[in-house]
Design a protein around this ligand. Sequence first.
Ligand code: DG2
Length: 248
Amino acid sequence: MYKIVFMRHGESTWNLENRFTGWTDVDLTEKGVNEARTAGRVLREAGFRFDVAYTSVLKRAIRTLWLALDEMDQMYLPIKNDWRLNERHYGALQGLDKAETAAKFGDEQVLVWRRSYDTPPPALEASDDRVSFGDPRYAGLDQAQIPLTECLKDTVARVMPAWNDEIAPAIRAGKNILISAHGNSLRAIIKMLDNISDTDIVGLNIPNGQPLVYELDENLKPIRHYYLGDQEAINAAMAAVANQGKAK
Ligand code: DG2
């Protein structure tokens, strides 16, 4: 049996402000720093040790990983930064307040933009300042690989090659892996792993800074999964994420 641990970053400044973030590179809040450290402590106390860690090229996930590894006294671990683990690109919604957007367009529409499998939010214009063309961290990519918006289906399409070509072979080689990523890049991986339907994936919300353990069989099919930590707090955090897209 294999085990892998997933973790959404701690609270970011734009999570706190309830703004659509996507590929915007915002940092952690103080609460987010504490969540990341607590996640590391929880993992250490549960006896987890890792051989390699994967994260995105966005600092909220990277810093969460650093802080958790610091708490685990495993800062020496190799870290693989992979743009394919980035958050889903939120298109022209990036920077907007989620509740204000719901007040303007309706809760239903915002739920479709946040959680539907194949309806992307409105795209950025290529001339928009928020577009990631020219950002040195994406220098190795073709311009066509840099999104102007994404639905979850698009995120699955970019995350899965990272899973199939890098992460799955490392699991099969017996490596203990920690992945620090984002609400929707993790939903993409979990959808594929658990074979969740396009309809049911709408109900999956990932809380900040809570280690999520997946036990996998020899074919990397999930046997069971569970969050480490206080289940009541985790359920409340998941419900809070679901409610972020509702008008006040
Ligand atoms: C959030 C997820 O991404 O937002 O892009 O706003 O995980 O990097 O904070 P993260 C964003 P929702 O899809 O839950 O609205």
